[in-house]
Design a protein around this ligand. Sequence first.
Ligand code: XIL
Length: 645
Amino acid sequence: MKKKHFNRIAAAALASAMLMSSANAVFAADDSAATGKVIFSFDFEDGDVSAFCNRGENDTTELSAADEGGIDGKYLLASGRSKEWNGPAFRLDDKLEPYTEYYISAKVKGKYYTNVTLSNQFDNADGVTKYNNLLQNISQQNYPTEDGWVTIPPTKISFTDEMKNVYVYFEGGTDDLFIDDFTITEVPSVEIEQDIPGLKDVFVNDFKVGTALTPAALSSKPTMDIVEKHFSGSITAGNEMKPDAVLDKAACQAYFEETGDDTVPQITFGAAKPLLNYCQKNNIPVRIHTLVWHSQTPDWFFKVGYADDGEWVDKETMLARMENYIKAYFEELIKLYPDIDFYACDVVNEAWNDQGAPRNPGEQGDHGSNNSAWVQVFGDNSFIEPAFTFARKYAPEGCKLYYNDFNEYMDGKLNAIVEMATDLKAKGVIDGIGMQSHLDARQSLDSSFPSVNMYNKALDKYAELGLDIQITELDATTPENPTDADFKVQADYYKGIWDSIYAHKDSISAVIVWGVTDDGSWRAKKYPLLFDADYKAKPAFHSIIEGHDVPISTNPPKTTESPVTTTTTGDTLYGDANCDGKVEIADATLILQFLTNKDEYSLTTQGMKNADVSGNGDGVTAQDALTIQQVDAGIYKASDLPINK
Ligand code: XIL
């Protein structure tokens, strides 16, 4: 806590020191008013370019302040650029806060044909330097331009505390680059809705409710506030625990060269560490996704010498690689995160096609493609059983093992999964079925696919197996450019699906929604999630909790303590919204139900009076429910009610 506070002050002090020491370097904050508080701003009028640098040893860029043709005079000139990746660069992690979103904006000028990219570079937790492009194709053709100066729109950047030497830089071509009005502003903070119940709390007695996260989300406060409130029952890494993120090609090849043994794949959890650290810190159970998959798995993993252009290895070699990979995977996880509850693992993902046959042999395809390098090496789906056997051998105790798939409700695939699972169950190596549940709400409930009925039937079949079920990647798209009517259909469809899940709750241990807000979804164009880009709960969210108790506390409701009673004012017992003579969680629940759906839930006149406990006299609000929760949590005494604030 202390340290964080210090960092914040240090960053602020540094920021203001820099601003003060070069008063000319500040240009009107109004320019960025729309994008929040200005942290740094350089117009280079004082000739000071010392905050910028080139990109190290082999970068020939020279930086200076030049003054002919600048926007208001001087600007930063990056000359002598011999390679297109050459700078200018600006370091962030020694000046700004981790886990905070910033906008970078600037004006840039080159030749009329110059095409610039705004990029980001950092060293990850393993000390490996990574690069990504923040904004490409910055040119006179693509962005507003005046006198050759191209305006770069505010572009988001954030970093975690494990990332070191974090820079933004401009690259592209080898011509001189001019930079002016380089500005960093903080993304304005947004409060998430407090007057809705936490989804995970509504179903706390039924199943875990969780989501998938990518490291970028960690820096978005509102996103993480939603995760904490609604989805902290379980986290799945969106991509970072898949084979292509975990397998370390250079280390695999080095190990092979050193030992002559090409059956011991080398791994790293460098990409997943920020997410896993978050889960560890917040005590959130983790679903492991995924060990054996045709997609997001490099072809070199299946090739002699781990070489891209090598021959396919034989089955025996691949079996040994598979065992050693799974062994290393679990051993490393347990070593790094002994305290995380890795409660579930997708051992094999998407091995059957919709007709219930193995995929085609071949180099990896995308998700949904029919090629599988596993089938290439094994000739069929006989790699599935050893995968489960090895997982059983090396997974930590309490980590349940799942077969996971999409289109899991299609007859052919469903039958193949059931047959496979029956066999694996008899052998004691599988614990459950992961139903990905990537669904499509369409123009009407009837045309949505799969129908609720079809989905429900699949649930019945999997439940009959006597294995656990987890809904592992739930999302349900709208048509593109959705109207309000489309969102209503989506809400109805979600409700149908969720009700069907709820009806099978005795067989279901977790429901994971595949992402937090629509804009962060892998199917973002079709708005498939429960929260919108403004962090607001969508109709689909409200529809799935309809008819369920809605506690707003993150603490499970207390059942053992006797309810609080207090003195009354006339007939008024403050806090007793349901007029049963007690002040307890049920009162808070009723208030929230009443506020979200007045047609279904009512308060009596006396109930309305009793409920008005916070800011007494302002009517019944969500704040009243919160205050009653706070009484239940011991923050206030019932006799303190009403609280006038
Ligand atoms: C998706 C991720 O969400 C995307 O970011 C990535 O580009 C592709 O993979 N089935 C799965 C998940 O098992 O791993 C996929 O996740 C979605 C489909």
